[in-house]
Design a protein around this ligand. Sequence first.
Ligand code: SF4
Ligand code: SF4
Length: 159
Amino acid sequence: MLNKTGVPTLEEIKSRFPKKGLLIKHKAITECYEEIPCNPCATSCPFNAIHIGEDINTPPKVDFNNCVGCGICVYSCPGLAIFTVEEHSDHLRFKIPFEFVPYPKQGETWHGVNRNGDIITNVDILKVSITEKYDKTALIEVKVDKEFIHDFVTIRRIT
Ligand code: SF4
Ligand code: SF4
């Protein structure tokens, strides 16, 4: 599926999520399935929570016990292949990378989009974070309905 369409299967997506119960705090989800020579996610993590090993082509693996959901790896991934997710009783919070300007603003409602580029829902923009170090990538925190945990991946402005 990934090789033909660029879209991972549900099984591949689920394989990147932690076991149930660990998402009470934000955890990093690495959607990096191919063997590519890349490692900024691992070298940028201050908590030693992303492991690639000696072969730089090995896809990254998150140690969810070490991950504190800080989002630094989300900024540092050149492929925009990482987000974080946190589960609340009646919604999810995602922190996603976003590089299109103008950025959304806190309090706005945007479309939620899946990995095929389809609009699947509307989401609330909770926070927009921009740092000096990673000034080309904003970290957008969004509130998403729980049913879209394995579908939601990015946002699109409502026009
Ligand atoms: S979210 Fe923070 S702690 Fe978790 S893997 Fe990324 S950089 Fe490390
Ligand atoms: S930085 Fe991004 S693209 Fe590179 S290995 Fe890590 S997750 Fe994959």
